[in-house]
Design a protein around this ligand. Structure first.
Ligand SMILES: Cc1cc2nc3c(=O)[nH]c(=O)nc-3n(C[C@H](O)[C@H](O)[C@H](O)COP(=O)(O)O)c2cc1C
Length: 349
């Protein structure tokens, strides 16, 4: 059985598995490992600097590092949310500029860096530039209304992320099992499902709903290929159901390990807007956890799926294993639930 479909063909990968954006610490090594293993790796926003030139430089450094480790296709993730005053995040444009400039400067980068995922906010302000550059444009959404708008804006792929996912989630808290079929009914472009996917069973379930693949974050952070501080992965490995918490963030909510850092960001039971300046405190707290391993006062962003993660993977082994598991699940279902004559006729028609 092959899991290739219109998404894998569009992007040029073997397995319909995206390692999704994971800011703020280095992700070049992880992204390259995922792309080398047959999925689509993503280089993510590096660091919390406010100087646009330094933001561009850091992303370029990550792109170059990824290029040095793989000759396969990879993506870059660009958070494109807005702060409580409605302003685009200060790092969005510099990140986009770095991607476009890197592709212009080197034909090899142009060949491999083929996908940009914009996350949160509207994809509209970037659509024309990404399309003119020949990039495949994926946009992340947390609701069906956002998916419809993104499809209307002309993006190529929707990444629909349910509220059990890690980091920024929709304030409407729509979970993957509800969001998936809703979005798939609403748009006709390829959809990847995210939020709560950890293995081949999740991939088979997403394909069964009609998705073209899955996008995963938390699972890939508990990996020998992650460059983050080992205490971050160890904290995820210890997590049980109920150890996470969602708090109101600038755009939507945000899911993290329940600790001093996340509890400090919960002002009350109802979502509130926080002033723009606080974004940087939150980002600094993320860096403390991811780079320094401070999992007590640092912010450990994670999805609920951490409660089911019990091993540290090697991406090169994990990806084929996950794809094979999905294939086995699909084949087993076909064997255990043989078609009735009516369905069989419908399938053949
Ligand atoms: C530590 C962490 C950092 C993340 N950073 C980003 C980011 O910079 N941009 C983004 O679009 N999504 C980000 N996400 C969300 C992931 O891309 C992905 O959609 C999410 O983790 C999927 O849910 P899962 O964790 O259940 O697999 C992050 C998630 C985690 C856990």
């Amino acid at each position: 059985m092959s899991l290739s479909n219109r998404y894998t063909e569009m992007v040029g990968i073997r397995y319909p598995i995206l390692q999704d954006g994971l800011g703020l610490s280095p992700t070049a090594r992880l992204a390259a490992a995922v792309s080398n293993a047959g999925g689509l790796g993503t280089v993510s926003m590096p660091g919390t600097v406010t100087d646009p030139r330094e933001t561009r430089r850091r992303l370029r450094e990550q792109i170059d590092e990824c290029m040095g480790l793989t000759n396969k296709t990879f993506a870059v993730n660009i958070p494109a949310g807005r702060d409580s005053s409605g302003n685009l995040l200060s790092f969005t444009e510099p990140l986009l500029g770095a991607v476009l400039e890197a592709r212009r400067s080197d034909p090899a980068i142009e060949r491999q860096l083929r996908v940009v995922t914009t996350a949160a906010g509207s994809p509209k302000p970037f659509r024309e530039r990404l399309s003119a550059a020949g990039l495949i444009h994926q946009h992340k959404v947390g609701t069906t209304a956002q998916a419809k708008k993104a499809a209307e804006a002309g993006v190529d792929v929707i990444v629909a992320m349910g509220a059990e996912g890690g980091a920024h989630i929709s304030k409407d808290n729509v979970h993957t099992f509800v969001l998936g079929p809703n979005v798939l009914d609403a748009v006709s472009i390829p959809v990847l499902l995210a939020g709560g996917i950890r293995d081949g069973r999740g991939l088979a379930a997403a394909l069964a709903m009609g998705a073209s693949g899955v996008a995963m974050g938390t699972r890939f952070l508990v990996s020998e290929d992650s460059s983050w501080h080992p205490r971050f992965a160890e904290a995820l490995l210890r997590m049980q159901e109920g150890d996470d918490v969602a708090f109101a963030a600038n755009y939507g909510n945000c899911r993290a390990l329940r600790n001093k850092a996340s509890l400090a960001l919960i002002p009350g039971a109802t979502p509130v807007h926080v002033p723009s300046a606080q974004i940087y405190d939150k980002l600094q707290a993320m860096v403390r956890a991811q780079d320094e391993g401070d999992i007590d006062t640092g912010l450990v962003l994670t999805g609920q799926v951490a409660s089911g993660i019990t091993d540290k993977i090697r991406v090169a082994e994990f990806l084929p294993r996950m794809a094979q598991e999905a294939e086995r699940v699909i084949a087993k279902l076909a064997r255990n639930y043989p078609l009735t004559l009516e369905s069989s006729a419908e399938l053949m028609a």
